[in-house]
Design a protein around this ligand. Structure first.
Ligand SMILES: CCCCCCCC/C=C\CCCCCCCC(=O)N[C@@H](Cc1c[nH]c2ccccc12)C(=O)O
Ligand SMILES: [Zn+2]
Ligand SMILES: [Zn+2]
Length: 533
């Protein structure tokens, strides 16, 4: 069937080729494959209509030939279309009971089955649906004697109100060489890239030596208690032990680490703990013409001010952040190289420097974030109740109970009640020494994909599903190869979340390399190379 693509609207012609108004060749050449490319754009006529016309479509591609070259060919164009389709399914997780969009979750499951036929129809692959919406894939290896490993990702996303976005957050639009939308870096890029890599390898006749699992949770953004927790239980009930597990987490940082001249891929070998604390003050209510000296709002505000002006003590040197800077030391510019190679001497001053910016401050201490404040009922009523939420992310050198004790000391006011909403201790440090095969498999796959960057172990400052898998392995790693400049960091859970076409292609290559590297005993040799893709 042919498509008619006229300026100002689409329509289907009775026969013939794709028609593109006044400049057909110009548009078709960069598309490099007519129908396939248009299909790759995500659904023929609908996609073109969504793109809104010839000029808009080309603009959406962000520079015609350049954008398609960035995609690198039909295969990449299809992969890109699949990620865009994934973004268009609004698998939003919200706090509270019954808040999951079950229709979207089911639709997403169907999308995976339809888009990755080689995976879902392979005799090597078993698919388990877990807790209705999560997925566990078992890819059976030829050598049953080798310890399996696991890749994990999540299919849910945080909410994305339209406000502030350059394009609608669930449109998956391409703009100037980037795919925009909620989930493009957290975490649909990783989930789709894992399946793209497996699909490609299976199409090429790849039979893994060792079994591996792919776990896809559906509620990571609200703690993973249904998805990842039950995937882990299924594996535990089967007696599975893992060599290592790789989940989302840390990323490639370019220009984020002060003084570092080259980009660094930080592999999270530990993860901060978390404490969600409700602060509550109750006072007598009544007519606002006769207020008491202090209101619950004033008392709670003062407590919060004390918490914010007394950050918890820095812990530099007692967690994995030290290893990060020691690994990276040769790559720093002159004064920083001296500092980072003599941390025994410069540790305190370096720690002070790190404490000046939110991104690096998060590495060295338990952070205190006041995230909610509610109080008052009416302008002329003395408020009976003021409540706030504080979210601590706990440095591995501290514990939940220590943070609670310090909070009480800092607030020093019995009128402020504390209620623990949820808590989790920091996760242990996973091995990254020479014998840590998981760490080195990930590290080698980073180097294979990005020859010009360094990788280093570090601390994951946010939380992931990995804690649910602790009974299966003590080698838990957190990394996806998303390339971040400093200005990109607020895109996580923020507006204009996006991934470049080039970076998405690299993400697929990373997992493609990893699935082969994971099979190798020393030396690591691959059969299929990304140049063949
Ligand atoms: C020199 C290094 C500088 C460091 C710079 C750091 C830059 C970090 C860049 C990106 C961070 C990306 C984080 C991605 C993983 C995010 C996972 C996530 O969003 N988790 C949520 C939800 C969550 C999951 N489990 C729990 C448990 C307890 C609380 C919340 C959650 C989150 O962490 O809030
Ligand atoms: Zn995530
Ligand atoms: Zn997230």
């Amino acid at each position: 069937r042919a498509l008619l693509w006229e300026a100002g609207g689409g329509g289907r012609a009775a026969g013939g080729d794709i028609r593109l108004g006044s400049a057909p060749r110009l548009a078709l050449e960069p598309l490099g494959g007519k129908r396939e490319a248009l299909e790759a754009l995500g659904g023929k006529r609908e996609a073109l209509e969504a793109l809104g016309g010839k000029r808009e479509a080309l603009e959406a591609l962000g520079g015609k030939r350049e954008a398609l070259e960035a995609l690198g060919g039909k295969r990449e164009a299809r992969a890109c279309a699949r990620l865009r389709a994934a973004v268009r399914v609004p698998t939003v997780s919200r706090e509270g009971p019954g808040a999951a969009d079950e229709v979207a979750l089911l639709r997403f499951g169907r999308l995976l089955r339809e888009e990755f036929p080689a995976v879902f129809e392979s005799e090597l692959v078993t698919h388990d649906l877990v807790a209705n919406f999560s997925h566990l894939l078992t890819v059976r290896g030829a050598d049953g004697g080798r310890t399996p490993y696991m890749l994990t990702a999540h299919l849910d996303v945080v909410p994305a109100p339209d406000y502030g976005w350059d394009v609608p957050p669930f449109s998956g639009e391409i703009h100037q060489g980037y795919i925009y939308g909620r989930g493009t870096i957290d975490d649909k890029h990783s989930l789709m890239a894992i399946l793209e890599a497996l699909e490609l390898l299976l199409q090429r006749g790849f039979v893994p030596q060792r079994t591996f699992y792919i776990g896809i949770g559906h509620d990571e953004e609200i703690g993973g208690d249904k998805g990842a927790r039950n995937i882990a239980k299924v594996l535990e009930s089967r007696g599975v032990k893992l060599d290592f597990l790789l989940d989302e987490g840390m990323v490639i940082l370019d220009g984020v680490v002060p003084g570092l001249q080259i980009p660094v891929a930080v592999v999270g070998v530990s993860e901060k703990g978390s404490l969600m604390l409700r602060l509550r003050v109750r006072t007598e209510t009544g007519h606002s013409s006769m207020p008491a000296k202090e209101s619950c709002i004033g008392i709670l505000s003062a407590a919060i001010t004390r918490l914010e002006s007394n950050p918890l003590p820095q812990q530099f040197g007692s967690g994995p952040e030290r290893a990060l800077f020691e690994y990276l030391s040769p790559q720093f510019n002159f004064p920083m190289r001296v500092v980072t190679s003599n941390l025994w001497l410069f540790g305190p001053i370096f720690s002070w420097v790190l404490g000046q910016k939110p991104t690096t401050n998060a590495l060295i201490r338990t952070t205190t974030a006041v995230t909610e404040f509610h109080a008052g009922v009416k302008p002329n009523v003395v408020a009976p109740l003021a409540e706030a939420t504080v979210n601590y992310r706990i440095h591995p050198a501290q514990s939940v109970s220590e943070v609670l004790r310090l909070t009480e000391e800092i607030i020093a006011d019995d009128r402020v009640e504390l209620e623990v909403l949820s808590s989790m201790e920091p996760l242990p440090i996973s091995p990254f020494d020479e014998s840590a095969t998981g760490y080195w498999t990930i590290s080698k796959s980073i180097t294979d994909t990005f020859p010009d960057i360094v990788s280093a172990p570090g601390l994951c400052i946010a939380n992931t599903d990995t804690r649910h898998y602790q009974k299966l392995t003590s080698a838990l790693y957190r990394f996806t190869p998303v390339w971040n400049k400093l200005e990109d960091i607020p895109r996580y859970h923020g507006v204009n979340e996006r991934i470049s076409l080039q970076n998405y292609k690299q993400t697929i290559h990373f997992y493609f390399n990893l699935m082969q590297n994971a099979d190798q005993e020393e030396p690591l040799i691959k059969h299929f190379h990304t140049e063949d893709l």
